[in-house]
Unconditional design. Structure first.
Length: 162
């Protein structure tokens, strides 16, 4: 099964860390979503900007993604939780694709406040078959301590190759 792993990450790279684990477990192609105008490096400024963007449904311009989803059997899509939903760059990516007939595996990282991320991602993948959605929790201090049971995570990754 040919797998594409597409993700957006910011700050401490938790979503990237999970995406890389998925790549290792599935031998899929890995693609990071990048915004044309990067978010501020200052956490408070980036957080304030993200709040405004998620509240208004803003979709920032993203760099071209060098992979065509039509070349893949399944697409794994990852996002951090930003203000109880997906990062705006992921919203942009999801809106830019035709998901009809595709198999999509959404995953999200959070620090204890999952919000409606998986539901929101699923709604934007209209026409896709959604399989194995996953919530991956990290410590609530905004750090990089994985709180989701590592064995559960590895089992989930193994299921993606079935």
């Amino acid at each position: 099964m040919k797998t594409l792993i597409v993700y957006y990450t910011w700050h401490n790279g938790n979503t990237q860390r999970i995406a890389e684990m998925i790549q290792k477990g599935t031998a899929g192609d890995l693609c990071r979503i990048e915004t044309v105008i990067p978010y501020p490096e200052n956490y408070r400024k980036a957080s304030d900007q993200a709040k405004k963007e998620t509240e208004t449904g803003y979709e920032p311009e993203i760099q071209p993604v060098p992979y065509d989803i039509n070349d893949y059997d399944q697409i794994v899509i990852g996002t951090p939780t930003w203000w109880y939903t997906m990062a705006p760059a992921v919203r942009t990516y999801l809106h830019s694709q035709n998901w009809e007939g595709k198999t999509v595996i959404p995953f999200m990282t959070n620090a204890g406040w999952p919000g409606t991320v998986i539901q929101d991602m699923t709604e934007l993948c209209s026409g896709a078959v959604i399989r194995h959605p996953m919530e991956v929790k990290f410590d609530s201090d905004g750090g990089n301590i994985l709180e989701t049971d590592p064995e559960t995570l590895q089992k989930w990754i193994a299921e993606l190759s079935e």
